[in-house]
Design a protein around this ligand. Structure first.
Ligand code: ATP
Length: 374
C-alpha cells in the first residue's frame, strides 16, 4: 500500500508565558512506494513521532492530507486505517501468555470480521513463525528477553494483516548486539511480508542499513527523501551530509578563488572547465574515504592515531595548516602499510568532496577535478 503525505503540517499551541507555537511538522510532501521500508530520521524533536502518529491516526494534522493508495485516510480513526503499530516500550500484557498477547487484537473483530477459534489460532501461529517465536507461545512476557518481547510486539502488530506497519524507535530499549540482530529481523520480516513500513529512528546507521528510503528531517522541516546511497552520495545540504556517515564527513573552511578550491591556504582541487565559479568562502565537506595518500600531495597532515577496524583503517590526522581540524580518513590496509608515521600528504577524490554555502548550508554544485589534470 503506497503512503502519500500531501502538504502535511502539525502545529502545537504554545504553552507558558511567551506561548510560542511549535510547528512540529512543516508542510511535508513525500511518497513511500508500495512494499518499501522508509526510515524517518533526524535528531530529537525534529517531528518523527508526530509524523508517525499522524500516519496512524493518533494525531490529526493541522492541514494537509494522508493517502493510503487512492484512499484519503486523513479523517479516519486508527482502527479503520489498517495499520499495525509497534512502540519502543513493547507494552505487552504481563498477565497474558505470548499466545494471548498476539491473539488479543483479533478478539476485537466484530460482526462479519469475527474469526473462529481455529482461524485465530492459525493466524497467531503464522505471525509467531514469521518472527521466530513459535516455541515461546506458552510463556509470560516476564520470561522473555527484551529482543523476544519486541518480536512478540511485532507479531501482535502483524496478526491483523495490516496494510501498513509503523515502528516508533522499536530497538531503542535493546542492547547494542540485540539491536543489530533485531534490525536485521525487521528487515527480513518486512521483505517477506512486503508490508509498506515506516520506521522512526534517530540512529543513522540503523536507517542506512535497513531502509529503501530515508526521510531526513530537522526541526520540523524536510531535508531530503532518497535512497540511503543517494542521501550519502548526494546530500541536499550540509546538515544531511553531516548527519549521515560513520566516521562523519570532515568539514573545512575553504575558498573558491582563481578557478580552484583552497583549504588552509593551499589549492586542493580545481573547478572543471566551463563551470562558472562563484568566488568566496565555502564550507567544504570531505568524506573519510575521499583522501588519497601521497608523498607529495596537497594537504599536509600529521597522523594522530589509527583505528584499525579490519579491512580498512580509519586514521585520524591533524591538518597542519588548519591546525585545529582533525581529519578522519578511511584508507585501505595496503595504503596503511606505506605510512611510516609523521607527516602525510593527501590528495582528494573529487567525487567525495562537497561544497556548501557557509551561512545556509545549501549545497553548491560544482564539478571538481584533480589539480594535475589539464
Ligand atoms: P524524539 O526523537 O525526541 O522522540 P521526535 O523527532 O519524535 O523526537 P516529536 O515528538 O515529533 O519529535 O516532536 C516534535 C516537536 O513537537 C518537538 O519540538 C516537541 O516538543 C513538539 N511536541 C510534540 N508533541 C507535542 C504536544 N503534544 N504539545 C506541544 N508540543 C509538542
Amino acid at each position: 500500500m503506497e503512503i502519500v503525505l500531501d502538504h502535511l503540517t502539525k502545529k502545537f499551541p504554545g504553552r507558558g508565558k511567551n506561548r510560542q507555537e511549535v510547528i512540529a511538522v512543516n508542510d511535508f510532501t513525500f511518497t513511500i512506494p508500495d512494499g518499501k521500508l522508509a526510515a524517518l530520521l533526524g535528531p530529537s524533536g525534529c517531528g518523527k513521532s508526530t509524523t508517525l502518529n499522524m500516519i496512524c491516526g493518533l494525531l490529526a494534522p493541522t492541514s494537509g492530507e494522508i493517502f493510503f493508495g487512492d484512499n484519503n485516510v486523513t479523517a479516519l480513526p486508527p482502527e479503520e486505517r489498517g495499520v499495525g503499530m509497534v512502540f519502543q516500550n513493547y507494552a505487552l500484557y504481563p498477565h497474558m501468555t505470548v499466545e494471548q498477547n498476539i491473539r488479543f487484537p483479533l478478539e476485537n473483530f466484530r460482526g462479519k470480521d469475527r474469526l473462529s477459534k481455529e482461524a485465530m489460532k492459525e493466524r497467531v501461529l503464522e505471525a509467531a513463525k514469521l518472527v521466530h517465536i513459535e516455541e515461546l507461545l506458552e510463556r509470560k512476557p516476564s520470561e522473555l528477553s527484551g529482543g523476544q518481547q519486541q518480536r512478540v510486539a511485532i507479531a501482535r502488530s502483524l496478526v491483523k494483516l495490516p496494510k501498513v506497519l509503523l515502528l516508533d524507535e522499536p530497538l531503542s530499549n535493546l542492547d547494542a548486539r540485540l539491536r543489530l540482530a533485531t534490525r536485521e529481523e525487521i528487515r527480513r520480516i518486512q521483505q517477506e511480508t512486503r508490508i509498506t513500513t515506516v520506521f522512526v529512528t534517530h540512529d543513522q546507521d540503523e536507517a542506512m542499513s535497513i531502509s529503501d528510503l530515508i526521510v531526513v528531517m530537522k526541526e520540523g522541516v524536510l531535508q531530503q527523501v532518497d535512497s540511503p546511497q543517494k542521501v550519502y552520495d548526494d546530500p541536499a545540504n550540509q546538515f544531511v551530509a553531516q548527519f549521515l556517515g560513520t566516521p562523519p564527513i570532515n568539514m573545512f573552511d575553504g575558498e573558491l578563488k582563481d578557478g580552484q578550491l583552497w583549504i588552509a591556504g593551499e589549492p586542493v582541487l580545481r573547478v572543471a572547465e566551463g563551470e562558472s565559479v562563484p568566488e568566496g568562502p565555502v564550507s567544504v565537506g570531505i568524506r573519510p574515504e575521499g583522501f588519497i595518500l601521497l608523498e607529495g600531495g596537497a594537504m599536509h597532515n600529521e597522523m594522530v592515531r589509527p583505528e584499525i577496524t579490519g579491512r580498512d583503517v580509519s586514521v585520524i590526522f591533524r591538518n597542519k595548516a588548519a591546525k585545529t581540524d582533525v581529519v578522519r580518513s578511511i584508507i585501505s590496509a595496503e595504503d596503511w602499510n606505506h605510512i611510516s608515521g609523521g607527516e602525510v600528504h593527501f590528495d582528494l577524490k573529487p567525487a567525495k568532496v562537497y561544497l556548501f554555502a557557509p551561512e545556509s548550508g545549501e549545497r553548491i554544485r560544482l564539478k571538481l577535478e584533480p589539480l594535475a589534470q589539464s
